[in-house]
Write a protein that binds this ligand. Structure first.
Ligand code: HEM
Length: 745
């Protein structure tokens, strides 16, 4: 891989402008007729590039060519060509498309890896890659947790201020991603979530707004690329007169770098530290490259070196990349959830099963179980390949791709919107939001480059792991607490605009309704210990908030009491529920076979705590885990009775006592924990927390029971069950049947 000079259009600068603008014609590649001065640039004045690419594909086919000034651009949605260019022939296509007023990628001091090419790119990426390793990203989980908790506070406050609980998600997610990247990258606690007028936030917005405009200087740069030095000097001069957001941010980053260098005794575990540790002794990139060229293997010694200016420009790169892309993806994702309530519901069920609401802190490994969440994220990125603007390569050496002779200097742009909507890869309904496209058997059948939202090959996005971790954590936490619906302000289909990325033009306005928390409604703090007594109190309070028809029968007030008649009425009340709930005894001899009323001892039957625990489970199951699911059986173990309490129950959903459709639920009142240390260590103290609240304990067992299963268990094994539930919910089947059974309707 060599560093070539800045190619000025295909065939180098020796060919005349006229000749260069005939290249596609000579190659037999179709495309729009170019203008001698502008090429086809004027066509982008009204229609953004990604839309124009789609239009032209309809007209000229999968692969066609057009001109930006004199520079030929080959646009393709052919996955085999993309694989050749991005992956297999990387050595011939290691450079990005150059923008007319950007830095010189080979000579300038302040070049970051996004624009660098050849050896320089390899050296820079070599320094940065370890900072994005799985091990390093895992360590960022606590910081992400904290930032997302701030987000939840702000969402709650914002939603409460408006009558329809409307939240503009793009803005709020941008503030989140800015705070997160600042903390993970440089260790700055900025908190723009709490302060919408934060100066760094405003300047980041300024940079993004600048990319949406196409100033005259850019146009000149495109028209006469060989005068690059003139344009860049003019650009810098003009922007120094008028405060330019990118320069302002660069200066802040420079200050941060200097400060971090002074605080040498604070060795932090962030991206900036990784770069500071790799700092080269001289500030000159020429010195660095000269030193590198002295040794036979230039990568070996200097692979981990960067100049000061390179560190500063990387800090700015990560700030902007981290701020813009992930927030836009989140906004698209929640938009799609609001349009596809069945996806939202299924996703929430998966999240609640693995990460119940009681857990404030999400751990890295928990996320691996969220298969459906992966599919939802991937499907969002399929429908919205927002960074398709940058998935282009410049040919650095004449070469052959397929049956085309590609000359040096030609740009090859991946037409990602067409690839991602091509029915040959995605079936007949590519417009639909269908996460199940990403089930393993479907993925296996698909070409590797049919999905490239993060680009492809060695220069694919460096921040993938970080972006995916953040996306998964945000969706998990937010969806546990809020239901999303389209608001009056939402425009469907979403109008999009193009800047550095493709983003919602008017933001994403959704109605975010906080999901009722059983515990908060009962006035209980998270993490409080639920013994029989507070549990009974809680149930008493909880019942007030449940409508009679929701629950299916009259609920008697529950209290902790020694009064025998009270106990009897409670038990009776439980048994009344047999039409919908079958409670089975799980003894050694007769596992899952006998009914509660036949098997329980009278002592057990009348035990207040037992009754309240069962009732509690019903309520909780209905309230949190089992929204939309029908609880049909509860098993518990009579063998290990201590204090007449339960230690484990299996709850079958949808009347199928089948291990694949079984979720375990356990409640562990304080006394029981004392008796059963293994439970304490396995389920409760596993997270190093205090005994979690009942809602959490309830759901802990779900985690335990899901763990040993196949990774994609939820999606593949229970798909039919969930679909049936959807149908039942839609037709109100459950309550109809309930009323019939009870003779009331
Ligand atoms: C959902 C979020 C993101 C998307 C969709 C995305 C997408 C992309 C795409 C399409 C490219 C160009 C790849 C190519 O040309 O093949 C890219 C490059 C890059 N991205 Fe991301 N990105 C995301 C998040 C991030 C984050 C969070 C960071 C860092 C904090 C980051 C850092 C970078 C860097 C450094 C490059 C340049 C890599 C190189 O040239 O070697 N990205 N990204």
């Amino acid at each position: 891989m060599e560093t070539a000079c800045r190619p000025n259009g295909a065939g180098g600068s020796k060919k005349s402008r006229k000749d260069r603008m005939r290249i596609f014609q000579k190659m037999g590649i179709p495309g729009p007729e170019p203008n001698f001065l502008f090429g086809n640039l004027l066509e982008f004045q009204k229609v953004p590039l990604y839309k124009k690419h789609q239009e032209w594909k309809q007209k000229y086919g999968t692969t066609y060519g057009y001109y930006e000034g004199p520079t030929p651009v080959l646009v393709t949605s052919d996955v085999n060509i993309l694989e050749e260019v991005f992956v297999k022939q990387f050595n011939n296509f290691h450079a990005r498309k150059l923008w007319p007023v950007q830095v010189d990628p080979d000579k300038d001091e302040d070049v970051h890896m996004f624009f660098a090419r050849g050896r320089r790119w390899k050296r820079l990426r070599g320094v940065v890659n370890p900072a994005f390793s799985a091990a390093k990203i895992r360590k960022m989980t606590p910081t992400l947790n904290e930032c997302i908790n701030h987000l939840l506070d702000v969402m709650r406050d914002t939603a409460n201020k408006t009558s329809h609980k409307t939240v503009e998600l793009l803005d709020i997610f941008r503030r989140l991603t800015l705070d997160t990247i600042l903390r993970c990258e440089v260790g700055i606690d900025q908190n723009s979530l709490k302060n919408p007028d934060d100066p760094i936030l405003n300047h980041c917005k300024g940079v993004i707004n600048d990319t949406v405009k196409t100033p005259w200087l850019y146009l000149l740069g495109f028209l006469f690329p060989s005068l690059h030095c003139v344009w860049i000097t003019l650009y810098k001069f003009l922007h120094n007169i008028k405060c330019n957001s990118a320069f302002w941010l660069e200066d802040r980053m420079r200050e941060v770098v200097s400060m971090r260098r002074i605080l040498t005794n604070e060795h932090r575990n962030d991206l900036m530290q990784q770069m500071l540790d790799a700092q080269f002794t001289s500030d000159s990139v020429q010195d660095l490259e000269k030193e590198a060229s002295k040794i036979s293997n230039p990568y070996k010694k200097f692979l981990k070196s960067m100049t000061n200016e390179e560190i500063v420009s990387h800090a700015l790169l990560f700030l902007l990349a981290g701020y813009e892309t992930t927030s836009t993806t989140l906004a698209y994702l929640f938009f799609e959830l609001s349009q596809n309530p069945h996806v939202q519901q299924r996703l929430r069920l998966e999240i609640m099963a693995v990460l119940p609401r009681g857990y404030h802190t999400i751990e890295y490994d928990d996320l691996k179980q969220l298969t459906y969440l992966d599919y939802v994220i991937w499907e969002t990125l399929r429908k919205y390949p927002l960074a398709s603007t940058v998935t282009a390569r410049q040919c650095m050496r004449d070469c052959t791709v397929g049956n085309m002779q590609i000359p040096m200097g030609m740009l090859v742009h991946a037409n990602l919107w067409d690839v991602h909507y091509d029915p040959t890869h995605w079936g007949e309904d590519p417009q639909a939001f269908n996460p199940l496209r990403f089930m393993p058997e479907q993925r296996r059948k698909r070409h590797a480059t049919a999905w490239m939202p993060f680009g492809g090959g060695p220069r694919a996005c460096a921040g993938i792991r970080f972006a995916l971790l953040q996306l998964k954590m945000v969706v998990s936490k937010v969806l546990r607490d809020f239901d999303f619906y389209p608001s009056d302000k939402l425009i469907v289909p979403l109008p999009l605009k193009q800047g550095a990325t493709i983003l919602p033009a008017e933001g994403v306005h959704l109605s975010a309704r906080r999901r009722g928390s059983a515990l908060s409604e009962a006035g209980l703090r998270r993490g409080s210990v639920m013994t029989g007594i507070p549990l009974a109190d809680w149930i008493g309070m909880r019942r007030k908030s449940l409508r009679e028809e929701d629950f299916g029968c009259e609920i008697s007030p529950l209290e902790h009491s020694d009064n025998n008649s009270r106990k009897a009425s409670l038990t009776e009340n439980l048994l009344k529920r047999n039409d919908t709930v079958t409670i089975r005894c799980n003894s050694k001899e007769n596992r899952r076979n006998s009914l509660l009323e036949n098997q329980l001892t009278s002592e057990a039957k009348s035990h207040m705590r037992r009754a309240s625990v069962i009732k509690g489970i019903e309520l909780l199951t209905k309230d949190s885990v089992g929204r939309g699911l029908k609880l049909t059986a509860i098993n518990f173990d009579t063998k290990n009775y201590k204090h007449n309490l339960f230690n484990l129950r299996d709850v079958y959903f949808n009347g199928q006592p089948d291990i694949d459709n079984t979720m375990g639920i356990s409640t562990m009142p304080e006394e029981l924990l004392g008796e059963m240390p293994h439970l304490k260590s396995k389920s409760v103290l596993r997270r190093g927390s205090a005994v979690p609240d009942l809602e959490s304990v309830n759901e802990i067992e779900l985690i335990e029971s899901f763990k040993p299963r196949e990774k994609s268990f939820i999606l593949e094994n229970t798909m039919d069950v969930f679909d049936e539930i959807d149908v039942m919910k839609k037709s109100n089947y459950t309550s109809e049947r309930l009323h019939k059974r009870r003779g009331s309707g």
